[in-house]
Design a protein around this ligand. Structure first.
Ligand code: SAM
Length: 169
């Protein structure tokens, strides 16, 4: 469940990832293939869709009540947006603690022909998978991490261990 602010956030994120990939691929072209691995990690991947309750004119300055009005519209989630970009990551990790959500995400993306053998889907706590990712990063690999939680599920330790790694968070 989200609101127009969610859509704005995802639009901005999509533009950021597009620019990130362009920069990384041009760096690779100039530096004999470095970084050798460009990794994407979505720690709260969700089911791949967002439902926005909205029945109001988009040009109107919205009041809080407007966000509570009925009618639902389904928007693309972060995973689909990233997989649709022209430039690609070498590996994509999608994590969600909700088994139903991660299975739905995989199905939806598969139906749209967006997944291949570079995509990995895991059900579990994000903190465990951040630890695994970080322990596998070396100077030849870079990672872009999206953490889009509903609450405070990210342990401080998970942020702390990213220090000194080639990570954009
Ligand atoms: C805000 S939604 C993510 C939406 C997604 N980024 C998108 O654009 O569609 C948050 C997700 O975090 C998952 N989640 C909650 N706690 C988690 C945890 N400790 N580890 C991994 N996923 C978690 C929930 O199941 C939920 O699907």
């Amino acid at each position: 469940m989200g609101g127009p602010w969610t859509e704005e956030k995802l639009d901005a994120f999509q533009k950021y990832v597009d620019a990130y990939l362009k920069i990384m691929h041009s760096t690779r072209a100039k530096h004999n293939g470095w970084p050798y691995e460009i990794i994407y990690f979505d720690g709260f991947a969700g089911s791949g869709q967002r439902i926005l309750k909205e029945s109001v004119d988009k040009n109107k300055k919205l009041q809080f009540e407007d966000y509570l009005t009925e009618e639902t519209q389904v928007y693309e989630g972060s995973a689909e947006r990233v997989l649709k970009l022209d430039k690609k990551f070498d590996k994509y990790y999608f994590i969600d603690i909700d088994e139903g959500a991660i299975n739905t995400l995989k199905e939806r993306l598969s139906e749209k022909g967006l997944i291949n053998d570079k995509c990995y889907f895991h059900c579990g706590d994000v903190n465990k998978y951040i630890k695994l990712l970080v322990s596998n990063l070396d100077k030849n690999k870079v990672a872009l991490i999206l953490l889009d939680p509903f609450g405070m599920q990210v342990d401080w330790k998970s942020i702390e261990i990213m220090k000194g790694k080639r990570i954009d968070l």
